[in-house]
Ligand binder design. Structure first.
Ligand SMILES: Cc1cc2nc3c(=O)[nH]c(=O)nc-3n(C[C@H](O)[C@H](O)[C@H](O)COP(=O)(O)O)c2cc1C
Length: 408
């Protein structure tokens, strides 16, 4: 399930060189579960044929409202009433001008005028057209009228020179649309809740070029952050991992060592409703940090590394706990439930997510996981082996069912 699941989305395509990118966006929306229909201008059909959109969406394309053979429906009104989300992509300077002035002289603009659904506008044009005062005036009018407008990207234009006016990449457009839609959906289960997620494996420096870390990829925490955002929460992701793309609409704070992670979580803990400690925090760090790279001893003798304990973050926070619902993770290779239960009690957790990382497909690095959810005085719940996104949803829905973030 995503915020797009079963949503009726109408994509209005106008006649710009970036029309082909609408195809990629439509595919992504459909992958997220949206039901997509297309209305297009006759100029758009000079760039991409209606047949392409019709085949992709498996829905009829609206381009001409005067040649219908269906006596039961007025084409533009039927589509306008069906629409739950409308996206104008690419929006030409011409289309923007028409919409800003309420013109309805073809099927696309008439459908835009006739729908009450929220409208998202993704302009794309030559940079001189974009900065033209008329276009800027029209874009301002769209915002005043309650439409949501994405600022175009700056870069190489089809004309062979660089400037502002490029259509952002479809993934960027989708991330923006998703975030906008979340903001417009007040009844999401985590709306108004502040969720903090830690992710990734911490790094404990040994010298300026070496560190001790673990196999955590950060994928589980990133999935929790993304799902929490999709469920409407305001999310801060405290990340010890840098190679993953930040989920859209999520504030990312980058950390490296256990100590820096503790500092970052401590700073935000009082303003947190749900804390999800998915980071794999090092239990030990080198007792001494060498200021120069450690050299091999001349006699090739063994080196001994002395380790000292890092701060116990969950234990430190347990003492400061008020309204916070705290979720911990226990990655174990033996005595899974016994170890997890001990951690649940000793660290005053509300929920612990236990996984046996010695099993194939479970835990570090992969895209799948299988976990057991343990809560004080409740029966353990073991999930199927499934995607980390599905596990993240199950964890957060369990927390929501417990009233997480609503405690006094
Ligand atoms: C090759 C070519 C590329 C064009 N690219 C764009 C564009 O990216 N953005 C834009 O606003 N207009 C662009 N235009 C101009 C529009 O096609 C023109 O303004 C047209 O009237 C838009 O009609 P529509 O808004 O009904 O689709 C382009 C025209 C041509 C011939």
């Amino acid at each position: 399930m995503s915020i797009w699941t079963k949503r009726h989305v109408t994509v209005v395509v106008s006649g710009g060189i970036a029309s082909y990118k609408a195809l990629v966006l439509i595919r992504s929306l459909m992958k997220q579960g949206a039901v997509v229909r297309v209305a297009m201008t006759t100029h758009a059909a000079k760039f991409i044929t209606p047949l392409t959109f019709q085949t992709l969406t498996q829905q009829p394309v609206v381009i001409d409202e005067f040649t219908t053979t269906d006596p039961h429906h007025v084409v533009h009104v039927a589509l306008a009433d069906w629409t739950e989300v409308m996206i104008l992509v690419p929006a030409t300077a011409n289309l923007i001008a028409k919409v800003a002035n309420g013109l309805a002289d073809d099927a696309a603009t008439t459908t835009i005028l006739a729908t009450t659904a929220p409208k998202f506008v993704v302009p794309a044009m030559n940079s001189h057209m974009y900065v033209n005062p008329a276009t800027q005036r029209n874009l301002k009018q769209l915002t005043t009228d309650g439409l949501h407008v994405l600022t175009p990207a700056t870069g190489m234009l089809a004309e062979g020179y660089s400037g502002q006016g490029r259509l952002p990449e479809p993934a960027v457009i989708l991330a923006w649309l998703t975030d906008q839609l979340i903001q417009l959906t007040p009844d999401l289960p985590l709306a108004g809740r502040r969720v903090v997620v830690t992710a990734g494996g911490t790094r404990e420096a040994l010298d300026p070029v070496r560190f001790i870390t673990n196999r955590s990829s950060g994928k589980m925490g990133y999935a929790v952050a993304q799902v929490a955002r999709e469920l409407g929460a305001t999310v801060t992701l405290i990340s010890a991992t840098t190679h993953l793309a930040a989920p859209s609409g999520v504030k990312v704070v980058t950390v490296d060592s256990a100590q820096s992670l503790l500092t970052a979580v401590s700073d935000i803990f009082d303003d947190t409703d749900i804390l999800v400690m998915a980071a794999a925090v090092s239990d030990y760090r080198p007792a001494e940090l060498a200021d120069q790279k450690i050299k091999k001893p001349a006699d090739h003798a063994d080196l001994t590394l002395r380790l000292t304990e890092t701060p116990d973050i969950l234990k430190t926070l347990a003492a400061r706990k008020h309204q916070q619902y705290v979720i911990g993770f226990a990655a174990e290779t033996q005595s899974l439930l016994a170890n997890a239960n001990r951690k649940l009690t000793s660290k005053k957790l509300d929920l612990i997510v236990a996984n046996d990382v010695s099993k194939p497909g479970v835990g570090f690095n992969g895209d799948t996981n299988q976990v057991t959810l343990l809560r004080p005085e409740q029966q353990p719940v073991t999930t199927e082996l499934t995607t980390k996104t599905a596990i993240a949803k199950q964890i957060l829905m369990t927390a929501i069912a417990d009233g997480a973030g609503t405690q006094a």
